[in-house]
Write a protein that binds this ligand. Structure first.
Ligand SMILES: Nc1ccn([C@@H]2O[C@H](COP(=O)(O)OP(=O)(O)OP(=O)(O)O)[C@@H](O)[C@H]2O)c(=O)n1
Ligand SMILES: C[C@](O)(CO)[C@H](O)COP(=O)(O)O
Length: 233
C-alpha cells in the first residue's frame, strides 16, 4: 500500500514588523485575546496532515517562549535576517527527517481559512505539482512613483498569498541556489520560478491578508471575530 506523503510546515515569524511601527514585533500583537502568531498556529494545527510545524523566530526573540503551545508539532527554530533566510533555516531544520512536501505560511497571515489550505493541499498532492494561494488583482494597477505613468493590464496579475506548498527537496535546492546567485527572493514561488519549476496559482480568499501596517489591525480583528463566531455556530 502506498505510504502517505509527509508534509511539514514552516512559519516565518522572525520579522521586526517595521511597517507596523509597534512596540513589539507585529506577530506578537494581540487580537481578540491571542497573539497574531497564536491565531496563525491555531489555523495550521487544524491540518492533521502536518507532521511538524517549525516556527522560525529571531535569535533574540523574547516572546515565543511565553506562548502556551500544546501542539507537540510546534518547534522553535532560528530565523534569519531576511524572510528567505528564515525559510531556508526552517527547511534545514527538517533535514534530519525530510518530508515529501513543505508548506510555508507567514505568521502575519492569521486569517487564512482551512478551506483555502485544503484546496492548495488537494491540488498539489493530486497533481504532484507545487503551488501557492493567490488572489486575482481586482483594482486598476498603475506604475509610477509620484504620478501615474502607466496602467498595467491586470488580467494576468495575481497577488501571492501564503501558504505556499512545494516538494521539500526541490524547494530547498532552488532556494539555496537562488540565494547563492543573489536572486531577489520574497516568497518561495520566486525561488521555484528562478529554478524554472512550475508554480500553480490556486485561487484563495482576498481577506487572507498579511498584517503589515496599522490600518490592517482593526480589519484583521473584525475578520477574526467573524471567523470565530462562524466556527462556534
Ligand atoms: N527576517 C525575516 C523577515 C520576515 N519574516 C516573516 O515573514 C513574514 C512576512 O514578512 P513581512 O510581512 O515583511 O514581515 P516583517 O519583515 O516583520 O515586516 P516589515 O517588512 O514591515 O519589517 C512575517 O510573518 C515575518 O515575521 C521572517 O520570518 N524573517
Ligand atoms: C510571502 C508573501 O506573503 C507573499 O505575498 C510576501 O512576499 C511576504 O512579505 P514581504 O514583505 O515580501 O516579506
Amino acid at each position: 500500500m502506498e505510504t502517505k506523503a509527509t508534509i511539514a510546515a514552516i512559519v516565518p515569524a522572525a520579522g521586526v514588523g517595521s511597517r507596523m511601527q509597534h512596540s513589539v514585533p507585529k506577530q506578537y500583537i494581540s487580537l481578540s485575546g491571542k497573539t497574531i502568531l497564536q491565531h496563525t498556529l491555531t489555523k495550521l494545527a487544524q491540518l492533521h496532515e502536518l507532521v511538524a510545524i517549525h516556527v522560525a523566530v529571531s535569535v533574540d526573540d523574547q516572546y515565543f517562549a511565553d506562548l502556551p503551545f500544546i501542539d507537540k508539532r510546534i518547534k522553535r527554530v532560528d530565523g534569519g535576517n531576511e524572510r528567505a533566510t528564515s525559510v531556508l533555516n526552517g527547511l534545514l531544520s527538517l533535514a534530519d527527517n525530510p518530508p515529501k512536501w513543505v508548506l510555508v505560511h507567514d505568521a502575519a497571515r492569521p486569517l487564512v481559512t482551512i478551506d483555502d489550505m485544503n484546496a492548495l493541499l488537494s491540488y498539489c498532492l493530486t497533481h504532484g505539482e507545487g503551488g501557492i494561494l493567490a488572489t486575482q488583482v481586482k483594482d486598476t494597477i498603475k506604475r509610477g512613483h509620484t504620478h501615474s505613468e502607466q496602467t498595467i493590464p491586470r488580467d494576468a496579475l495575481w497577488q501571492a498569498l501564503t501558504p505556499q506548498l512545494f516538494n521539500y527537496r526541490e524547494l530547498l535546492q532552488s532556494l539555496q541556489d537562488a540565494l547563492a546567485a543573489n536572486a531577489v527572493i520574497t516568497d518561495e514561488a520566486s525561488a521555484m520560478e528562478w529554478a524554472n519549476k512550475p508554480v500553480k496559482l490556486v485561487a484563495g480568499r482576498s481577506d487572507n491578508i498579511k498584517i503589515t501596517t496599522p490600518e490592517d489591525l482593526d480589519l484583521a480583528e473584525f475578520l477574526l471575530q467573524q471567523q470565530e463566531s462562524e466556527s462556534n455556530r
